[in-house]
Design a protein around this ligand. Structure first.
Ligand SMILES: CC(=O)N[C@H]1[C@@H](OP(=O)(O)O)O[C@H](CO)[C@@H](O)[C@@H]1O
Length: 704
């Protein structure tokens, strides 16, 4: 915000040449270097809080004849004012005799918590007709940050020094790194979550997990009031906070942010932050850091929900903000009862005749396996065996879990020939990804992967079928007056065969960049939006408007056509909206929906897998000097920089029938990812290899 000084009466009065004088409040970069480390407090004139003041004066006329004075003075409270005039030219080496006069000026603010008026006076006005003088107030504290709050920040943050020489960034799914360097980051994300709760006046979630990463890593991410990922607008602030080098700097950043976002830190409107962690041993001490961060914001209350899957926490945040009961028991009850409802609505005959009750689930030695052990006791008609539940002593994500199975396409630990003919599935470390697989009847450890694209397709088939039943003209009074917009959202990693298949079903398919925050946002534009990443993270979103209509329609049908196919279709869609976790991709709710749909269709996993045949594909990663050198467009399918690389990729791709290839910088690892698809596995492998070489030539260590 820029305020011209002549609007400030006092300043105009003491400054006869103030016409050209402007005063910038809250600009983020200093005009003339840094000055006082001291903090000011609220100006009685503007209601703002000057903390540091940088004065920069440019005199276009004879600069020798002037004196610039800057004074701070206690004002309206009348308590212990500080008015000592200050002669910058003398005491701080404020330059004179130059065309440009600028200097660093320390204001004598001794009474930091009291209101102070800052104003400029200067003499030699006849020479200063064109004086251009700016006072830049940086880090002016804090519309509502009182001294107690400030001291609390300073003292608590001094216990969490940031790691040296590491720059962290809030990536595709929060901060992730080796757990040993994350304490300070988690503490700061605690602050961020508390500020987010104050800003939105809603319940916010903070999850400590590194998902499918190795057990020595950990991470932290924030769940917004909707249960979705932290708003992208706040990610730059998360980065800035995480990388603030000392407590003073941290406090200044918070002060500035709080000011800009109009967040009140007076504790008058308390807010809650739900905390959870996965089973990683480092989770416990990191949780303490998060509590300290939250505790350093007056009015923010941390509620430790214990060990949860990531989607459970997101579900709870969403439910609480929707005024719904949100304990873990409520979560299990909702999932199991909506599953039962769907199974009960299966067309008679299919379930009993064709689909085996048995499902074996690889729990990745993580929290998902542990929770599934509880959930399975609440289910009828499904016999789940959990392996790698973490109790058998296996290591989290090591040779197990959805990421391993999807990337390596081999059986996870403890699976093998005994599982031929059985439906198998795999969760990742925090149970937000799900893939299925078939163990073929050969001696090799290779599997047939049924990935996120196939799960998406199964969901799409089922939803489309229910919508078309619902839309049939029926001989009842109930009128169908709603055109439901169904949309499918994928990323460039979706197998081309899946996209072709979905389009053949007549569905609208759109693409976003990688990362569920993008997919989720896009899917939310539809009445029913189904999104999945090939790696098994995805869900179904229902718009409020559609659900409202669907509920009314169900009631109407139960009056006029109870038990009809239309009535059942409406009930099924309602049950899906209850079963699926609409906050975020959830392997537990996903597995129940897959199972219910397979029963409904009377399909074995083999039948499901046959809906289309994946095009052979290969993913590679290449270490480069600077991955940010690759900038992409068109949902990451075209590399805009470095110049020339896309043309080179195109000419490699053209050599292979059904070839498709793209590169992008990873958001979670320091690599460039290469994805290639072609009509044969050899061709896909060759294409990926040749493009990886190109990446290395353009950007690798040999290129610099
Ligand atoms: C090819 C791939 O699987 N990329 C994953 C991976 O992101 P990268 O930005 O590719 O590192 O981790 C993300 C977070 O889990 C997930 O959303 C994404 O799909």
């Amino acid at each position: 915000m820029k305020i011209t000084v002549n609007k400030l009466q006092k300043l105009t009065k003491v400054c006869p040449v103030a016409q050209n004088t402007t005063r910038n409040w809250g600009a983020s970069e200093p005009l003339a270097g840094r000055i006082s480390q001291r903090q000011g407090s609220r100006s009685s004139e503007t209601g703002q809080y000057p903390a540091r003041v940088t004065l920069s004066a440019e005199a276009a006329t004879d600069p020798n004849s002037k004196t610039v004075m800057l004074a701070g003075r206690g004002a309206s409270t009348g308590r212990g004012t500080s008015t000592a005039p200050f002669m910058p030219g003398a005491s701080t080496g404020f330059g004179a005799g130059l065309g440009l006069v600028s200097g660093l000026v320390s204001l004598p603010f001794h009474h930091e918590s009291r209101p102070i008026t800052v104003f400029l006076t200067w003499s030699g006005s006849s020479h200063f007709q064109s004086l251009y003088c700016r006072v830049l107030c940086r880090n002016f504290l804090l519309t509502a940050m009182n001294e107690d709050q400030r001291s609390l920040f300073l003292s608590s943050s001094s216990h969490f020094p940031p790691p040296q020489g590491v720059k962290l960034s809030y990536g595709t799914s929060g901060f992730r790194a080796d757990a040993s360097i994350l304490q300070s980051t988690v503490y700061r994300v605690g602050i961020l979550a508390a500020l987010r709760a104050l800003k939105t006046q809603s319940v916010i979630g903070l999850m400590i997990t590194a998902s499918h990463n190795k057990v020595s890593d950990n991470g932290v991410k924030v769940a917004d009031p909707s249960g979705g990922m932290l708003s992208q607008d706040w990610e730059p602030f998360a980065d800035t906070l995480a990388n603030a080098h000392d407590p003073q700097h941290l406090v200044e950043l918070i002060a500035e942010f709080v000011q800009n976002e109009n967040i009140t830190l007076d504790g008058t409107k308390p807010v809650e932050i739900l905390l959870a962690r996965d089973t990683r041993p480092s989770g416990e001490f990191l949780l303490e850091a998060a509590k300290q961060g939250i505790g350093s914001i007056i009015g923010a209350v941390a509620l430790d929900m214990g060990i949860l899957t990531t989607p459970q926490l997101h579900w709870m945040v969403r439910a609480r903000n929707g005024g719904v009961k949100a304990s873990e028991t409520d979560y299990f009850k909702q999932l199991s009862s909506s599953f039962r409802c769907l199974v009960d609505l299966s067309p008679s005959g299919t379930y009993a005749n064709n689909v085996d009750d048995k499902l074996v689930v690889d729990g990745a030695n993580g929290v998902g396996g542990e929770k599934l052990e509880i959930l399975k006791t609440m289910l009828n008609g499904l016999a789940i065996e959990v392996r790698n539940s973490g109790k058998e002593g296996g290591v989290l994500n090591e040779g197990v879990g959805a990421d391993y199975v999807q990337k390596e396409k081999v059986v996870p630990f403890s699976f093998g020939s005994q599982d031929v003919g059985i439906r198998c599935s795999s969760l990742d470390g925090d149970a937000d990804r799900l893939v299925y697989f078939i163990v073929p009847s050969t001696s090799s450890n290779k599997i047939e992967l049924v990935d996120g694209d196939k799960i998406l397709s199964l969901f799409a088939i089922f939803i489309t079928e229910q919508l078309s039943i619902l839309n049939k003209e029926i001989d009842v009074k109930a009128k169908n007056d709603y055109q439901c917009q169904l949309g499918i959202v994928q990323t460039a990693y979706a197998n081309g065969a899946s996209t072709d298949y979905l389009k053949q079903l007549g569905l609208e398919v759109t693409f976003t960049p990688t990362g569920v925050k993008y997919l989720h946002e896009k899917a939310a534009e539809y009445d029913i939006g189904i999104y999945f990443e090939a790696n098994g993270h995805g869900t179904i979103l229902f718009s409020e408007q559609f659900l409202c209509w669907l509920k009314a329609r169900t009631t109407e049908l139960s009056d006029v056509a109870k038990g009809s196919e239309q009535h059942k279709a409406a009930l099924r869609l309602l049950a899906v909206s209850e079963l699926i976790n609409q906050a975020v991709g959830d392997a537990l709710s996903g597995v129940l929906l897959v199972e219910a749909i397979l029963k409904h269709m009377g399909w074995s996993i083999e039948r499901w897998n046959e809906i289309y045949e994946d095009l052979p594909s290969r993913q590679l990663k290449v270490k480069v000097v600077d991955r940010s050198a690759v900038v992409t467009a068109n949902a990451e399918t075209v590399a805009v920089t470095p110049p020339g690389i896309q043309e080179a990729i195109n000419s490699e791709t053209a050599k292979h029938p059904r070839g498709r290839c793209f590169i992008r910088p990873s958001g979670t690892e320091d690599v460039i990812r290469v994805y290639a698809e072609a009509s044969s596995q050899d061709a896909a492998d060759n294409l990926a290899q040749s493009v990886a070489k190109l990446v290395d030539q353009f950007l690798g260590f040999g290129s610099s």
